[in-house]
Write a protein that binds this ligand. Structure first.
Ligand code: ADP
Ligand SMILES: CCCC(=O)OP(=O)(O)O
Length: 353
């Protein structure tokens, strides 16, 4: 069986082709802040990102012939984890989504390309809106604004399962803190296979990240909203997109920031060290959810490639539990395996309503 995998991220477009469990193509196309700034809205990137997929196939001479196309799931309603077939309700919710993120393009591109091939199915799996929070974790200080979670559900779970396999145990038998360090940064508590707490890595809570503001001072935010300085869309970009490292330093690229630090840029060092400090605090808070008894802390995502970030993070969090580092992500493989499992009847195909 042949599967095409499409993973649009905030700073990259990742593409894979699998023939059963064997990868035939893995491609990570990185996008600069300027390149994406040319598109006023994320939905405007549809043709650009779709063409990147088609060009990658063409350049590798991979025939356009697939049994299924699976995209990274978008910002739908909160749903349980698993594989979902792309349907009209899903496409409609994505087109009218309240929140913007490149992952919204995953099911749109998968759907459009699958329609070119008779019999080809379009899926998503474990989107960022997977919600398994404990009731106590949902309550905030305002009944008007209950906590919602938007996180790297797909990769966090794939990495947690990989760790469990390496430890010769089951994911469902472990208590883990997993932190995905990407364009957004999510920290989730996985208690016996269920993610009982996770931040909103997109526009709500947690540490700031390469392109997110994270938790902000609420009063100052309200004042800024009423200052007349920004439109609604501009303000949203100040929270997600032109926020975090992008706002402070003009780049989301960690190697660029580190080169500046090495060249003596004290401001760049202060900002990156502050991001690391805030990530460590979020992991410390997650430890309290498990009464301090985590089996391990897993660090993953693109930034986990950075020795600068990981060594400083470890200094602050190693006292909590053993730290394991999984640079990059297993999202492409996790998506491919979900599509294969669905096609083979080994995984239930859920219906998005
Ligand atoms: N080799 C590397 N060293 C340090 N940072 C890296 C490396 N590769 C990617 N990154 C950083 O990882 C982040 C992107 O992570 P990734 O998990 O690919 O996120 P996304 O899915 O949001 O695009 C960027 O800030 C990028 O600079
Ligand atoms: C959709 C929420 C997860 C997230 O922040 O993803 P990126 O790191 O790819 O932006």
């Amino acid at each position: 069986m042949k599967i095409l995998v499409i993973n649009p991220g905030s700073t990259s477009t990742k593409i894979a082709v699998y023939e059963n469990e064997t990868p035939l193509l893995i491609r990570n196309i990185k996008h600069t802040t300027e390149e994406l700034a040319a598109f006023p809205r994320i939905i405007d990137q549809f043709e650009f990102r779709k063409n990147l997929v088609l060009k990658a196939l063409e350049s590798e001479k991979i025939p356009f012939n697939f049994d299924a196309i699976i995209g990274r799931g978008g910002l739908l309603k909160p749903i349980p984890g698993g594989v979902y077939e792309v349907n009209d309700v899903m496409l409609d919710d994505i087109i009218h989504a309240m929140r913007n993120h490149a992952c919204n393009l995953g099911c749109l591109i998968a759907s459009e390309l699958s329609l070119l091939l008779p019999g080809c199915r379009a899926f998503i799996a474990d989107p960022g809106v997977v919600d398994e929070l404990e009731d106590v974790a949902r309550i905030t200080g305002s009944p008007l604004m209950p906590k919602i979670t938007i996180w790297h559900a797909l990769n966090q779970r794939a990495i947690a399962r990989r760790f469990a396999k390496e430890q010769r145990t089951k994911y469902e038998d472990l208590d883990l803190i997993v932190c995905h360090l990407g364009g957004g940064i999510s920290v989730a508590v996985h208690r016996h296979g269920r993610a009982i707490d996770a931040n909103n890595a997109l526009d709500g809570s947690g540490p700031f990240s390469p392109e997110r503001a994270g938790t902000l001072p609420a009063g100052q935010l309200i004042d800024l909203c009423h200052s007349g300085r920004f439109t609604n869309d501009e303000l949203k970009k100040r929270i997600s997109g032109r926020a975090g490292l992008a706002a402070h330093l003009g780049t989301t690229d960690i190697p660029t920031v580190i080169r500046s630090i090495e060249a003596g840029d004290h401001h760049a060092k202060l900002i990156l060290d502050a991001m690391i400090y805030n990530i460590a605090k979020e992991i410390g808070a997650a430890a309290t959810v498990l009464y301090g008894k985590a089996d391990a802390i897993l660090l993953t995502g693109g930034i986990a490639h950075s020795d600068y970030v990981i060594s400083r993070l470890k200094e602050r969090i190693s006292f909590i539990a053993p730290v394991y580092v999984y640079p990059g992500e297993d999202e492409l493989e996790a998506l491919a395996l979900n599509a294969l499992g669905a096609l083979r009847g080994e995984l239930p195909i859920q219906v998005y309503k």
